[in-house]
Write a protein that binds this ligand. Structure first.
Ligand code: PDD
Length: 285
């Protein structure tokens, strides 16, 4: 099945797609992005992702070159062309092509790039056995609610985690847990889910919103409040959430086992509810 790209109005096989070396996304990381996943060819929570794309673009003053309905039909078209039932759609919007200078180019003509590739379902072993995580200092900028292309600090932390044998780094700023390099983080204590509140310090994850809503509907208490780093080590359960990983239990943190069962009962309940939600919204889970 073909990996597909879309660049400024043109679909092509991914390997044939090119953009200018003077694109500001390449020169400055001057852009924003989204990652959407499909189940059975149906994008999950596409509307939520497009709303966040809109808000990220607005936050960094990049004009949106397409209406919401146009984004939506292009994404559906890309998914269809790729023929992947389980597809990862990457959507990137940059401030456009211009000779390298920090100031915004005028007039700006934003670049739209999308890629559509296959994604394997989340590994059942990881769901059953959990993944390792480490804590690392959050060295990112002050507007992490923007889904910016500038991911250098995330990349470095993820690599450091991987070099330490872990799958994710849980980031800590001023003693408080923010999120993972590419995930949101929840802990469970006495049956209550605890996660950092939305702020400039973390991304308002689409999965986070869905999972917290499902948990509340299932009668699980959810606290969105500051999470001191020490609470991680005494958690009964710890799990990561995000588009690509869904709900993933953490089995060890900094080499120390988390809780006494993987997945813990709350993580399992949330994961099952999430799979049901995917099934009911897309027809496939
Ligand atoms: N990232 N926090 C960060 C820093 C992220 O990069 C992501 C997802 C999330 C989870 O957000 P959502 O539930 O909307 O996927 C939280 C994507 C998948 C990525 O960069 O590949």
């Amino acid at each position: 099945m073909p990996d597909i790209a879309y660049v400024n109005g043109q679909f092509s096989p991914l390997e044939q797609a090119t953009i200018s070396i003077e694109d500001r996304g390449f020169q400055f990381g001057d852009g924003v992005y989204e990652v959407v996943r499909t189940y059975g060819g149906v994008p999950f929570r596409l509307h939520d992702h497009l709303l966040r794309l809109q808000s990220s673009a607005r936050a960094v003053s990049i004009p949106l070159p397409l209406f919401a309905a146009e984004w939506e039909s292009l994404i559906r078209e890309g998914v269809k062309r790729s023929q992947y039932a389980e597809c990862l759609a990457y959507i990137q919007l940059t401030r456009g092509v211009a000779p390298r200078a920090h100031l915004f180019p005028s007039p700006a003509k934003p670049t739209v790039v999308m890629t559509f590739r296959g994604i394997a379902g989340t590994d059942g072993v990881l769901l059953r056995e959990g993944v390792s995580a480490v804590t690392l200092p959050d060295l990112r900028w002050g507007r992490c609610s923007v889904k910016s292309l500038n991911l250098l600090a995330n990349v470095l932390a993820k690599q450091e985690a991987c070099d330490a044998g872990a799958m994710e780094a849980i980031l800590v700023k001023d003693g408080l847990v923010t999120e993972g390099c590419s995930s949101n983080v929840c802990l469970v204590r006495d049956g209550t889910i605890i996660t950092a509140p939305l702020s400039d310090q973390l991304l308002a994850g689409v999965t986070r919103a869905v999972v917290l809503e499902l948990a509340r509907k299932a009668g699980i208490i959810v606290e969105e409040r500051e999470v001191p780093e020490e609470e991680l080590t005494s958690a009964d359960e710890l799990f990561l959430i995000g588009t690509t990983i869904e709900v993933l239990p953490v089995s060890t943190l900094n080499g120390v086992r988390v809780g006494d069962r993987i997945p813990g009962p709350v993580t399992q309940a949330v994961s099952t509810a999430f799979q049901r939600c995917i099934l009911s919204e897309t027809g496939r889970g």
